[in-house]
Design a protein around this ligand. Structure first.
Ligand code: ARG
Length: 466
């Protein structure tokens, strides 16, 4: 009898695939990066096979040793990947079996269908943890920049028009809030990634008495109480990629937030705003214009959002209409998933680095925030406190703004007589409304950009992120 081969075409096939078929169907060029998780999964599976008597102790030791050796070689870069062996699973198992005869028993009660689902889950679990770390670091950088410039006030904008004054820190903390929700979504996704599919076989489990709980425990597929988490339907387990979609969706929203932050940074760094100065090392020059210092990191952060959205759409489209259960289409999930994880993680890290190397131009901020029209709403509130209905106060202040415009005078330089020419409700205490410091001290509603409230929020985040 011919020696059994671990290659998927053993037995019924008479020859290998045509050259361009191998090229077309291979995934080794990208799924090799699952090698650590593949080996980790195989060691757990072999350990379980030994515990139920399928492998002897000696065989388990040989398999484990062989796999560790292969891991060392891959890590050192000396392992030779073979395209004709299709994917990371076949490459490793094939090489193991060449070295260790017992390797031929490793794939007992296992299919590449549950194996690949396992590997991707193991890989994604780590990626999510790493991404969460980057997101928290970015939150810290935002809080630090806000804290460093706790006294800086800038105009807040709606429609990109100056609206009302806000502390610069308040603006930054808005992103800290967004990132916090991103972290919550990623953690939530993690709980569904963290479920062990091994033991599902190709589609229908196994006739052998597998100990799935043991494998789950060995691989850390446990909830916060230490309870092992197993997939509950073998057909679902081998064809489910919801967890990948969820990750790509959470990452896409994170990318949206990074892109919005990037856009603010780009605006602020421009001469027209001039609110911040990015350190040279985190900007680039122009090949033609010697004076240029461009915020390329932020622009790429904004630009890379496109591929992250595309990856999510690709995955959803990939899954739509797939008949149960595993279909080779599913191999197309990996590059999209890898790209999203790599892109979002790098972008988060670079945005953090950029912020850590950014200085605030306090003078430009003060000039912009000194625009008295930012306090027009405060003037309406003043009238409200005099007993005027807000709709009327809004109208009156609108007329005051019109008067100032016509007179070519800043709002805060109108005399009491001019104010009273619009409405008699204005008293001698009206000009004090334009005292910016006083105005900021009055914004005490929870979540508003008042002096005390922003200090409280900064303290809360510093404590939460420490
Ligand atoms: N390389 C494949 C993938 O990424 C592994 C599973 C292949 N299974 C199969 N029955 N052909 O999905």
């Amino acid at each position: 009898m011919k020696k059994p081969s671990p290659v998927s075409r053993s037995g019924r096939f008479t020859g290998g695939p045509a050259a361009d078929v191998a090229q077309f169907t291979q995934s080794i060029s990208f799924d090799w990066r699952l090698w650590r998780h593949d080996i980790q999964g195989s060691i757990a599976h072999a350990t379980m096979l030994q515990s139920i008597g399928i492998l002897t102790r000696k065989e388990l030791t040989a398999i484990t040793k062989g796999l560790r050796q292969i891991a060392a070689e891959i890590s050192a870069g000396s392992f030779v990947w073979k395209l004709e062996l299709e994917d990371v699973h076949m490459n490793i198992e094939s090489e193991l079996t060449r070295r260790v005869p017992a390797g031929a028993k490793l794939h007992t009660a296992r299919s590449r269908n549950d194996q690949v689902a396992l590997d991707v889950r193991l890989w994604l679990r780590e990626e999510i943890t790493a991404l969460l770390g980057e997101a928290v670091s970015l939150q810290r950088a935002l809080v630090a920049l806000g804290q460093e410039n706790a006294d800086v006030i800038i105009p807040g904008y709606t429609h990109l028009q100056r609206a009302q004054p806000v502390y610069f820190a308040h603006h930054l903390l808005a992103y800290v809030e967004m990132l916090e929700r991103d972290c919550e979504r990623l953690w939530d996704c993690h709980s569904r990634v963290n479920v062990c599919p091994l033991g599902s076989g190709a589609i229908a489990g196994s006739t052998l008495p597998l100990d799935r709980l043991m494998v789950a425990r060995l691989l850390g597929f446990v909830d916060t109480e230490g309870k092992p988490q197993l997939t509950q339907n073998s057909m679902d387990a081998v064809s489910d990629r919801d967890f990948a979609v969820e990750f790509c969706a959470a990452a896409a929203l994170l990318a949206v937030h990074l892109s919005r932050l990037a856009e603010d940074v780009i605006l602020w760094a421009g001469t027209e705003f001039d609110f911040i100065k990015i350190a040279d090392a985190y900007t680039t020059g122009s090949s033609l214009m010697p004076q240029k210092k461009n915020p390329d990191i932020a622009e790429l952060a904004r630009g890379k959002t496109g591929r992250v959205f595309g990856n999510l759409m690709s995955l959803l489209t990939l899954l739509k209409g797939l008949p149960m259960t595993y279909n080779r289409d599913l191999q197309e999930d990996k590059e999209r998933l890898f790209d999203t994880a790599d892109t979002v993680r790098a972008t988060t890290r670079l945005m953090e680095a950029l912020l850590l190397h950014t200085k605030v131009n306090k003078d430009s901020c003060a000039t912009a925030a000194g625009d008295p029209s930012l306090l027009a709403t405060d003037l309406a509130d003043y009238l409200v406190l005099k007993g005027m209905p807000f709709r009327q106060a809004h109208h009156v202040v609108g007329a005051v703004v019109g008067l100032a415009e016509k007179a070519g005078q800043p709002l805060n330089e109108l005399t009491l007589a001019q104010l009273q020419s619009v409405d008699n409700a204005f008293g001698p205490d009206a000009p004090a409304v334009f005292d910016l410091k006083r105005a900021m001290s009055k914004r005490n509603v929870v979540g508003s950009p008042g002096t005390k409230e922003v200090a409280r929020q900064l303290a809360r985040w510093r404590a939460q992120l420490s």
